[in-house]
Design a protein around this ligand. Structure first.
Ligand SMILES: [Mg+2]
Length: 242
C-alpha cells in the first residue's frame, strides 16, 4: 500500500526556473565570515560568543563598532573609502572584507551536498537557474565553490548597485533574474534562507517560495510566507535521489 509522498517533497520539474539565494543556500558562507572576524580581532581575545553578541546580523561597520565598544576601544568612524590599513571603524571593516576574500582565495568552499543534488537534477532536466544575492562577493564565493561558470544569470549586490535594483525584501532583484531568464514569475521557484528573501519571493508573487532553515529560523520563515520550509534541499527530493 502506498501512502502520500512526504510533505517535504517539492516537484522541481513542474517549474521553468529556480532563483537561488547564495549565502546559506548554495554555500555555508557564514562560517567563512565568522573566521574572517576571528582573524580580524585575534589580538583582542575574540571568542565565538563575541560574534553572536556583537556582530551577527549587523551591517559590517556596526559590527566593528559594537565589538570595539565591548573592549572599550575608541576609534574614529572614518569613511567607507578608508583603506584596510586605516585604524578606523570603516578601515577595520574593510580589513575584515579583505580577510574574507583571502580565505576564499586560499581554500575551497564546499557547497551544501543537498543543494548540489538539486542543481544536478535541474541541469539534467533543463530547468533554468539563477543566483540572486545581496552580496557583492557573490562571484568570489561561487568561484571558491567551484561554480564560477555554473549559473548563466547572477543578480548580486554589485549588479543591483549598477542597475539601481532595490534590495530584499523588495522583490526587484528576483524579478530582474526572472526577466533575464525570460520566465514568468509564477513559473519560478525562489529558494531562500533569510526572512527578507522569503518576503521578497512572496511580495513578487513567485510560483513557490522554499525556505531553508539552517538553524532556529523555521517559524520566522514560515511566518514570512514560505510555501515550505526544510532543513536542507535534500529533504525536497524523493528518497531515491537523496
Ligand atoms: Mg542567504
Amino acid at each position: 500500500m502506498r501512502g502520500d509522498p512526504p510533505a517535504t517533497e517539492l516537484d522541481w520539474l513542474a517549474y521553468d526556473a529556480v532563483l537561488f539565494d547564495l549565502d546559506g543556500v548554495i554555500t555555508p558562507t557564514a562560517a567563512v565570515h565568522e573566521r574572517a572576524w576571528a582573524e580580524l580581532f585575534a589580538g583582542h581575545g575574540y571568542t565565538d560568543g563575541d560574534y553572536l553578541t556583537h556582530i551577527d546580523g549587523k551591517p559590517r561597520y556596526d559590527g566593528v563598532a559594537a565589538f570595539l565598544a565591548s573592549r572599550e576601544i575608541e576609534l574614529p568612524w572614518g569613511d567607507p573609502d578608508d583603506g584596510p590599513e586605516a585604524e578606523t571603524v570603516c578601515g577595520l571593516g574593510n580589513r575584515k572584507n579583505r580577510l574574507f576574500n583571502e580565505i576564499l582565495d586560499r581554500e575551497p568552499l564546499a557547497p551544501y551536498e543537498g543543494t548540489v543534488a538539486v542543481l544536478d537534477l535541474l541541469d539534467v532536466q533543463g530547468v533554468a537557474q539563477a543566483i540572486v544575492s545581496s552580496s557583492r562577493n557573490a562571484h568570489r564565493v561561487l568561484a571558491a565553490a567551484g561554480m564560477a561558470t555554473r549559473f548563466p544569470v547572477i543578480v548580486d549586490g554589485a549588479r543591483a548597485a549598477e542597475e539601481g535594483l532595490r534590495g530584499k525584501p523588495d522583490p526587484h532583484m528576483f524579478e530582474r533574474a526572472a526577466d533575464l531568464l525570460e520566465v514568468e514569475r509564477d513559473r519560478a521557484i525562489v529558494v531562500e534562507d533569510a526572512v527578507a528573501g522569503v518576503q521578497a519571493g512572496v511580495a513578487g508573487a513567485f510560483g513557490y517560495v522554499l525556505g531553508i532553515d539552517r538553524g532556529g529560523n523555521r517559524q520566522a520563515l514560515t511566518d514570512a510566507g514560505a510555501t515550505l520550509v526544510v532543513d536542507d534541499l535534500a529533504d525536497t527530493l524523493p528518497a531515491v535521489r537523496r
